[in-house]
Design a protein around this ligand. Structure first.
Ligand code: FE2
Length: 341
């Protein structure tokens, strides 16, 4: 598995041995950059912030642990400087300031379960690939250059994203611990970036210049997987659906993401379809199937409800295309004639 994964990462990255140039290119964001942090900062919704936290919990609840594996594989200034960064990540001697603990507080503020692995089954491959990459780089001495390149790339790109996320957390009223996790990373990672680039990468390549290609590879692989993750999340949200494998159990429901299709098929009822729906209603791909079985997904009906009036569509109460369950007035009539599946 590791060989296949590593081979795919190498195949999809440009390669080369210009470690300094690769990391230097990350220092300035392209003017047209638009990622998850931009979205959440500008127009994201609270349920999207919660989803993002669930994704990232696969890493942040063990933040900096995979990078510790590289410590015994380094020497001299590179080792001392990387340990200094890790010391900050692990709270600088204060248990309450361990970054993984700060992230657990963020999750608590968002009403999420902060136990490690709680959302692992919900996290899709693009996020798991990022965490797997860290473990892969950390567990192999031969990939120590890649781990250092990954670490440097992550620290360079974190501060601007953290600034936007802090704004997003404030705008969405996410709570002080949520804001703190990100504000902590604005300053800390700006310092870490300097230490990683000059002290760790600089010293490592002075000692072992043959690792330059691996350092560049680690940084490129990080960009590749982070970009894929961001594209996945934004594509799902643009379509109005969860970016997790299943929506969070207690999450307000994503909007109906198949509204056009539903309407085209004559199955949606219009009024509330494009607004927040209850979790079990109107989940895109399932809508057609549910409706064909006679399920109603009207906004006023908060659970999948089987219409018992399937033979009465002609009377005008269930008349959306297929003839199922379309009430136009109050839900009373429908509820009297429905049963739960
Ligand atoms: Fe951190």
């Amino acid at each position: 598995m590791e060989r296949v994964f590593l081979g795919a990462l190498r195949a999809d990255t440009p390669g080369g041995d210009d470690a300094e140039g690769t990391l230097g290119a990350l220092l300035e964001e392209p003017a047209d950059a638009y990622g998850v942090s931009h979205h959440l900062c500008e127009r994201g919704e609270r349920w999207q912030l919660r989803e993002f936290a669930a994704h990232r919990s696969a890493y942040h609840l063990k933040e900096a642990d995979p990078h510790a594996w590289v410590i015994p594989r380094l020497r001299g200034r590179a080792k001392a400087s990387l340990v200094a960064v890790e010391f900050d990540e692990f709270g600088g001697g204060r248990a309450e300031a361990v970054h993984a603990v700060l992230f657990a507080g963020l999750m608590d503020d968002l009403g999420l379960d902060s136990r490690y692995g709680r959302y692992l089954d919900l996290v899709p491959a693009p996020m798991l690939a990022i965490v797997s990459m860290m473990s892969l780089f950390g567990l192999h001495r031969g990939l120590r250059g890649a781990m250092v390149g990954h670490f440097a790339a992550a620290e360079i790109t974190t501060a601007p994203a953290a600034r936007r996320m802090a704004r997003a957390a404030r705008r969405l009223g996410a709570g002080p611990r949520c804001v703190r996790f990100y504000t902590e990373h604005i300053e800390a990672d700006a310092v870490h970036e300097q230490v990683l680039r000059h002290e760790v990468v600089g010293d490592l390549l002075a000692r072992e210049p043959e690792l330059a290609a691996d350092v560049a590879f680690g940084a490129q692989a990080t960009g590749l997987l982070e970009d894929r993750f961001g594209e996945h999340v934004l594509a799902c949200w643009r379509a109005g659906r969860s970016s997790l494998r299943r929506p969070l159990p207690s999450s307000p429901t994503p909007r109906c993401h198949r509204a056009e299709r539903c309407h085209a098929a004559g199955r949606c009822h219009g009024i509330d379809v494009t607004g927040p729906m209850s979790r079990d209603c109107c989940h895109g791909a399932d809508v057609a199937g549910l409706m064909s079985q006679g399920w109603c997904h009207r906004a006023g009906i908060t659970r999948p409800t089987r219409c018992q009036n399937r033979f009465r569509a002609g009377r005008g109460s269930c008349g959306t295309g297929g003839g199922w369950c379309r009430r136009t007035g109050s839900g009373r009539w429908l509820r009297r004639r429905t049963t739960r599946p």
